[in-house]
Design a protein around this ligand. Structure first.
Ligand code: C5P
Length: 222
C-alpha cells in the first residue's frame, strides 16, 4: 500500500515533538524527531572540544560520526557511534551547538540522507526545520507549526520550573530568539514555511486542539 508521510516544521518550542508524538500514536505512524539527530552530532562536537565556527574541523569530524535511531516502547532513541545519548542532548549547550553546527552542508547532507531513508518504507510523521522544504518535498501533509516567541518561551519556562530547574524567562526568550534567527537565516535549508504547508499557530490553542486540527487535516488528505 502507499506510504503516507507527514512533515511538521517550525521554530524552537512550538510544540512540534509533543504534537507529532501524539499524532503518531493516534495514526500508528513512526515518529521521527530530526532535531535529536542534530543534537547527537552536536554532542559529539562538544565532546571533542570543537568550536561552532570551526567549519573545516566540523566537516572532517562528520565523517567519524555515526548517528542512527531506534525505538524503545515507541520512544525514539538516538544512538551516537553505538552509544544511546537520548538522555544527554536536551541541555541548552547542546541546543545552541546543534543550531550552530547545523548550518554546515556536510552535517545536513549526512542526516538528511538518513531521514529520507527512514521515510521511504514506512508511514512517518517527521518533525524538524526543513522537512517539508528539503527532506520530504513530496510529503502527503505538511504543517508549519508556530507560536509567538513569548508563548514559546513561557511554555519552556513552565516546563523547566515544573522540573524544579531554576531559570529566567527573559534568558529563555533571548535564547529561543537567537536560535530561530540562525535557523531562519542560514544559507543551507533555512527554516521557512513550505508553499504547500498548512500554517497552524498554536499561541491560543491547547495541545488537544492542535492534535485535533492535525488529525482533521490528515483525514482530509487521506
Ligand atoms: O528541534 P530541535 O530543537 O531539537 O533542533 C535542534 C536544532 O537542530 C535546531 O535549532 C536546528 O538548528 C537544527 N535542526 C535543523 N534541521 C532539522 C531539525 C533540527 O537544522 N530538521
Amino acid at each position: 500500500s502507499k506510504i503516507y508521510n507527514i512533515a511538521i516544521d517550525g521554530p524552537a518550542g512550538a510544540g512540534k515533538s509533543t504534537i507529532a508524538k501524539a499524532v503518531s500514536a493516534k495514526l500508528g505512524f513512526v515518529y521521527v524527531d530530526t532535531g535529536a539527530m542534530y543534537r547527537a552530532m552536536a554532542l559529539y562536537f562538544l565532546r571533542k572540544g570543537i568550536k561552532p565556527d570551526e567549519e573545516a574541523v566540523i566537516s572532517e569530524a562528520v565523517k567519524e560520526v555515526g548517528v542512527t535511531i531506534s525505538y524503545e516502547n515507541g520512544a525514539q532513541q538516538v544512538i551516537l557511534n553505538g552509544e544511546n545519548v537520548s538522555g544527554l542532548i536536551r541541555t541548552e549547550e547542546v541546543s545552541q551547538m546543534a543550531s550552530a553546527s547545523s548550518i554546515y552542508l556536510p552535517v545536513r547532507e549526512k542526516l538528511v540522507e538518513l531521514q529520507k531513508e527512514l521515510a521511504r518504507n514506512e508511514n512517518v510523521i517527521m518533525d524538524g526545520r526543513d522537512i517539508g522544504t528539503c527532506v520530504l518535498p513530496e510529503a502527503d501533509l505538511k504543517i508549519y507549526l508556530t507560536a509567538s516567541t513569548a508563548v514559546r518561551a513561557k511554555r519552556r519556562y513552565d516546563e523547566l520550573t515544573e522540573k524544579g530547574e531554576p531559570c529566567s524567562l527573559e534568558e529563555i526568550e533571548k535564547e529561543i530568539a537567537e536560535r530561530d534567527y540562525r535557523d531562519m537565516h542560514r544559507e543551507n535549508s533555512p527554516l521557512k514555511q513550505a508553499e504547500d504547508a498548512v500554517l497552524v499557530d498554536t499561541s491560543g490553542l491547547t495541545i488537544d486542539e492542535v492534535i485535533g486540527e492535525i488529525l482533521k487535516l490528515a483525514s482530509e488528505k487521506g
